[in-house]
Ligand binder design. Structure first.
Ligand SMILES: Cc1ncc(COP(=O)(O)O)c(C=O)c1O
Length: 349
């Protein structure tokens, strides 16, 4: 596929900013107007007075190794939200191009498109919240640049079928962006291994969920090297700060903690789902491959307010298409889940 043909003309023609640190990371650094006398803050082993590596070579190499991918297929962003925004700005011409959203889904795709004044074509997932391939393909027009698939999907919680995503990649002349923010909570089902087969597949990942690092703001994507180099041209020169970089490098070694957390969350998810299913106020507990559970209740705003008055904050997703009276509940610690269940047992319709 000719990826460059999908790129906005001004980005194709862009002469990107070249930052000082791109050429030399070491030496007598008198090139970037930093403070040579040092930083006002001490941070072990980190020269906070210096700009960080704009190309994040070490972190990208570490993520590449983790994903069994080449370094030139990894792009890192300030959370996957930055990657979503950069994809919009790189590929979508405001007021001309459009993106297809498979709804109900994660709200930031719509927000990022709206900020960029990019048209949105909404296409519903099927009644099992899987991709309706025919309907999706029919929604894609000449100016569609991105099709967002979220797997496991937020807020419904289910994985999308791999074969359907592969078919979209084969049949569409657009990028198929698969957001795998929650993939670590699913036993399998990642499309990452297809990224070398389909040039138009972009897989989004984040350290905010299973890795437990939402505060450091680090996400990344696995994609064709042409897409990665375009995103590198468009991003702010030093998007990943040294503290985030350092925290991520250290955390990525802690795979045993990651596995333990995943196991704890999966165990609690199963317990929570079983307990929710027998509550009189709960109409339906949806299948989950993520670290949250979608439930349909009798009266979502009322249940939401009842829980909030007890200091328990969940997400009311009722206004999303097909999600009438649905609440999204994050799997908490055993104590938090017990408090939630106990509150719901006290709730009377
Ligand atoms: C599906 C999905 N993608 C991306 C994100 C954002 O992740 P990040 O913290 O990496 O920006 C979220 C956050 O809730 C999400 O649910």
């Amino acid at each position: 596929m000719n990826i460059r043909a999908l790129v906005r003309p001004n980005i194709r023609a862009l002469k990107p900013y070249r930052s000082a640190r791109q050429d030399h990371l070491t030496g007598m650094l008198l090139d970037a107007n930093e403070n040579a006398f040092g930083s006002t803050l001490r941070a072990d082993g980190l020269a906070l007075n210096r700009y960080p590596d704009p190309l994040q070579q070490k972190l990208r190499a570490r993520l590449a190794a983790l994903n069994n991918a080449a370094l030139d297929r990894i792009f890192v962003g300030v959370g996957s939200d930055e990657v979503i925004d950069l994809l919009m700005r790189t590929f979508c011409e405001p007021r001309v191009d459009d993106v297809v959203l498979l709804e109900p889904t994660y709200g930031m795709y719509r927000v990022a498109a709206s900020i960029q004044d990019v048209r949105i074509t909404s296409c519903l997932l099927d009644s099992s919240y899987q991709i309706d391939v025919a309907r999706t393909i029919a929604s894609v027009g000449e100016n569609t640049k991105l099709v967002f698939c979220c797997s496991p999907n937020n807020p419904t919680g289910n994985l999308l079928r791999l074969d359907d995503i592969a078919e979209l990649c084969r049949r569409l002349h657009a990028l198929v962006v698969v957001d795998e923010a929650y993939i670590d909570f699913a036993r399998n089902g990642s499309v990452a291994s297809l990224a070398t087969t389909y040039d138009n597949l972009v897989v989004l990942r984040t350290l905010s969920k299973a890795w437990g690092l939402a505060a450091i703001r680090l996400g990344y994507c696995l994609a064709h090297p042409t897409i990665v180099s375009l995103l590198l041209n468009v991003k702010a020169p030093y998007n990943i700060n040294a503290l985030t970089n350092d925290a991520a490098m250290r955390a990525l070694d802690n795979t045993d903690v990651l596995q333990q957390n995943i196991e704890n969350i999966l165990r609690e998810r199963a317990r929570l789902m079983a307990a929710l299913a027998v509550l009189p106020s709960v109409r339906r507990v949806f299948h989950s491959d993520a670290n949250f559970v979608l439930v349909r209740v009798d009266d979502a705003p009322r249940v939401y307010d009842f829980l909030a008055r007890r200091g328990i904050i969940v997400r009311n997703r009722s206004s999303e298409p097909t999600l009438e009276n649905c609440l999204r509940i994050t799997v908490g610690t055993p104590d938090e889940n017990e408090a939630l269940l106990s509150a719901l047992r006290d709730y009377t319709a």
